[in-house]
Write a protein of this length. Structure first.
Length: 167
């Protein structure tokens, strides 16, 4: 009999946000139960993020993602996916082999804790006034000159010109 290698996987489990809010322990136990049933060694299990779904799944428009990192034999991944398909609590799952990914990349910031986008520094905020003018006397920026001509020329196909002349 051929020995099956145990590999490192990352699983993203999607559950209904309303269910996660009302019964977090039950959702967490459901994911743990599926992984334990196939003999997975769970390294971490955490709430990853709550997001609006691109499309409704079973009438649900928002979902909460649970991220699990675990070791399991390769063929057992299909069993995890089948158990999720039969589960009433978990809507979707994506399991990826992360064997070749370094630990730092695997543990980088979750979307909910990622730093926010840096505002455009070229434009001052409305509440900020230039140092030489008081806050209540700000000038409005002049509109940028347009490089387009005042009247746009419309290209007309020769067939359209002939049809217009005939009318």
């Amino acid at each position: 009999m051929k020995a099956v290698a145990i590999k490192l996987y990352e699983g993203m489990f999607l559950v209904d946000s309303a269910l996660a809010a009302s019964d977090w322990r039950g959702v967490n136990d459901a994911v743990k139960g599926i992984l334990d049933k196939v003999g997975a060694n769970i390294i971490s299990l955490e709430k990853w993020d709550e997001r609006r779904l691109a499309y409704d799944i079973n009438g649900t428009s928002r979902g909460t993602y649970l991220r699990a990192v675990f070791n399991v034999e390769g063929p057992k991944v299909a069993e995890i996916e089948r158990a999720v398909a039969l589960s009433e609590q978990i809507m979707r799952v994506l399991v990826l082999n992360v064997e070749g990914i370094d630990e730092e990349a695997l543990n980088k910031a979750r979307p909910s804790t990622a730093p926010e986008a840096v505002p455009n520094e070229a434009q001052p905020k409305a509440e900020e006034a230039p140092a030489d003018k008081p806050a209540d006397v700000q000038e409005e920026a002049a509109p940028e000159p347009s490089s387009a001509p005042e009247e746009a020329e419309v290209a007309v196909a020769p067939e359209a010109e002939e049809a217009e002349k005939q009318q």
